[in-house]
Design a protein around this ligand. Structure first.
Ligand SMILES: O=P(O)(O)OC[C@H]1O[C@H](OP(=O)(O)OP(=O)(O)O)[C@H](O)[C@@H]1O
Length: 632
């Protein structure tokens, strides 16, 4: 999985259900949809900073009039860049044609980007070159309106090779090998097929080619096309598409791995990767925004009819818990509480590590995502301190002096802002080659608040490769001369690669995997590595659904604690003076904190689709053979 294609992205779809004049009248502009799309993309910038794309469709245009617009960018600030391009163009039109100002018909006819159906995408392109060609939305163009397809997705398929092979079997000759093209051509194929069949029927009914066209649009059954196209997809996805005449859809994978939320009223239908985006941009309540069910699609016909259709039989719901821990914005009402609970649940282990010595302990966090779990951790630490105070007062049996009581009550959790992040970037998703350097310079530290006999407890949301800690955080914290540094991870140990869209790197770059290998060496059990390799090799040609994850056997001989201690050792070299301890969340506690998002394959090795086991099997073979190839 060394150079996995990754789509840690965000999608946004808007369908305006009323004529554009309505929005001009009510909100003062027919560009209402474009403006809302800007906000929806901006509020999902946490999901992608490397590229952004926008496409729109105008309904009911005349032949010869452009009805599809698209703009994509990989500029430094790609979202701003595309909307700057859009605004420049629109403003130019208004300057050159002042008569357009109040004439929505003229605006629609002559100005690009304005439209009733809009699609937005933000992208993390950590794979190889980040060229603008790889930025969504993708276009499949055709002179027949209803054969045009525009697609953008937050997805990763484990079986692109097989799907690509299917296209060849269909007699196609794809011009490039990319997962998005493969998926789009698959849908495109069944769209073409549906269009031809409907046309044949219409011909029998006596319609000529020209009159058949609008009827084809009406009769296209998007659900059926998606059912046929998605039959063999194995992966995590929220796939959004627009069809030239104006139908729109978003399909979510059958295990609900990747997120998708929607809202509809009589003016609009909106879909996004995160709930609060819709709440804020359209000023609607939490309960008005619904989660798309696993295997379900939301389909909006050109007519404005909106349907939820079960496209694929749902698997057990395993929505990605890493979305909750790190990837999504913490402003979601549920995610916020989940992150706080993650912090709270860690306190018993933290108290053990500091021998309950809260007086000589400073609590802090590594910005930015971990801030919320920090609040939870502090609430629990305070509860502990309050218990201690109550005990001390009760033990005094009413004989304590006022001064003593004041002294007891004065103890508080010592909270400090220790680590400072200088660059507003999510380094986790930054391409591996440039990541180390970035991580080393991204943080700074506050001097003068730690005493030499202090413990320093610092929470981070996750430890993946360990580079943030090793290259930056631990060295900096050690300069403050604490007695002991306790790093707390709100996520459990990341032991297995992800293959559904979150970049969990290849096996050997995961620090938990490296720790297990070291432990196997230390305990003279390294033979297991070869045994696992042989078992993996035996599985290479069997059907995905029979493949098992034997990589688990590398971790089996050890307790979580042993692996955590080994990770501490690997991350703190001799230059560090303080004692370093790393505490990870347990998988049980993760499930307690996020009971509705039980996708945990990177922690447990329990992959929600058959393709996942094949990927981890291949990833291990690649590791063993020193092969840098993709695992899928
Ligand atoms: O162990 P590693 O492989 O180094 O990865 C884990 C780190 O990456 C993330 O930070 P990031 O800067 O992406 O995001 P944040 O500011 O949102 O916390 C995360 O919060 C961890 O600090």
């Amino acid at each position: 999985m060394s150079d996995a294609l990754k789509h840690e992205c965000g999608i946004a779809v808007i369908r305006l259900l009323k004529p554009l004049e309505y929005y001009k009248e009510k909100y003062g502009t027919a560009f209402y949809g474009v403006n809302k799309m800007y906000l929806m993309m901006e509020k999902q910038h946490n999901r992608g900073q490397d590229g952004a794309g926008f496409a729109s469709i105008k309904l009911d245009t005349k032949p010869g009039e452009r009805y599809i617009s698209r703009v994509r960018s990989i500029a430094q600030q790609p979202i701003q860049d595309i909307f700057a391009q859009i605004n420049d163009r629109v403003n130019k039109e208004f300057v050159e044609h002042p008569e357009y100002a109040d004439d929505v018909t003229a605006q629609k006819k002559n100005i690009p980007y304005i439209g009733e159906v809009l699609l937005g995408h933000v992208r993390y392109g950590t794979f190889g070159k980040n060229s603008v060609e790889s930025v969504h939305p993708f276009l499949r163009q055709n002179n027949w309106m209803h054969r045009n397809l525009i697609m953008a997705g937050n997805f990763n398929m484990t079986n692109v090779k097989e799907l690509f092979g299917n296209l060849i079997e269909l007699g196609q000759h794809p011009k490039e090998y990319t997962d998005t093209i493969t998926i789009m051509e698959k849908i495109g194929h069944f769209l073409d097929d549906a269009v031809s069949k409907i046309y044949k029927d219409l011909k029998k009914e006596g319609y000529n080619k020209r009159n058949a066209s609008p009827l084809i649009a009406e009769r296209i059954k998007v659900a059926k096309i998606l059912k046929r196209a998605a039959k063999n997809w194995d992966g995590g996805y929220a796939m959004a598409g627009l069809i030239g005449h104006g139908d729109a859809f978003v399909l979510r994978d059958p295990a609900g791995i990747r997120p998708a939320y929607y809202y509809k009223d009589d003016e609009i239908v909106v879909v996004a990767s995160e709930r609060p985006v819709i709440q804020t941009v359209f000023n609607v309540k939490f309960e008005d925004v619904k989660e798309l069910d696993p295997g379900q699609a939301i389909i909006t016909k050109k007519s404005g009819e909106v349907r939820l259709k079960q496209i694929l039989e749902p698997l057990e719901k395993k929505s990605c818990s890493f979305e909750r821990i790190y990837f999504s914005r913490g402003s979601d009402a549920e995610i916020y509480q989940e992150r706080k609970t993650l912090g709270k649940l860690l306190i018993p282990k933290v108290l053990e590590a500091i021998n309950n010595d809260t007086k000589n302990t400073v609590f802090s966090y590594i910005p930015n995502t971990a801030e919320t779990s920090f609040y939870g951790m502090i609430e629990s630490a305070e509860a502990f301190i309050n218990e201690t105070k109550t005990k001390a007062i009760l033990n005094g049996q009413r004989s304590l002096s006022a001064a003593k009581v004041t002294e007891i009550l004065s103890e508080r959790t010592r909270i400090e802002k220790i680590a400072i992040k200088d660059v507003k970037l999510r380094t986790f998703i930054t391409e591996d080659s440039s990541r180390d350097d970035l991580v080393a310079h991204v943080y700074d530290v506050t001097y003068g608040v730690i005493k030499p006999n202090d413990n320093l407890v610092i929470i981070d949301d996750s430890i993946v490769r360990g580079t943030t800690l090793k290259k930056s955080i631990l060295k900096m914290l050690d300069r403050l001369n604490p007695k002991k540094i306790i790093v707390v991870s709100s996520a459990p140990q990341i032991r297995y690669p992800d293959c559904y869209g979150i970049d969990m790197a290849n096996l050997e770059s995961l620090v938990a995997f490296r720790a297990a290998l070291e432990l196997l060496k230390d305990t003279n059990k390294y033979d297991i590595v070869e045994e696992v390799y042989n078992k993996c090799i035996k599985q290479t040609d069997i059907d995905d659904k029979h493949v098992k994850n034997f990589v688990k056997e590398l971790y089996d001989p050890f307790t979580d604690e042993q692996i955590s201690d080994k990770i501490s050792e690997l991350l703190s070299d001799e230059s560090i003076n303080a004692e370093v301890k790393i505490i990870f969340q347990s998988v049980d506690n993760l499930h307690k904190a996020c009971p509705n998002h039980l996708g945990d394959w990177y922690f447990t090795g329990n992959y929600p689709t058959a393709g996942g086991n094949r990927v981890v099997n291949r990833a291990f073979i690649n590791f063993f053979e020193g092969n840098k190839e993709r695992a899928y």
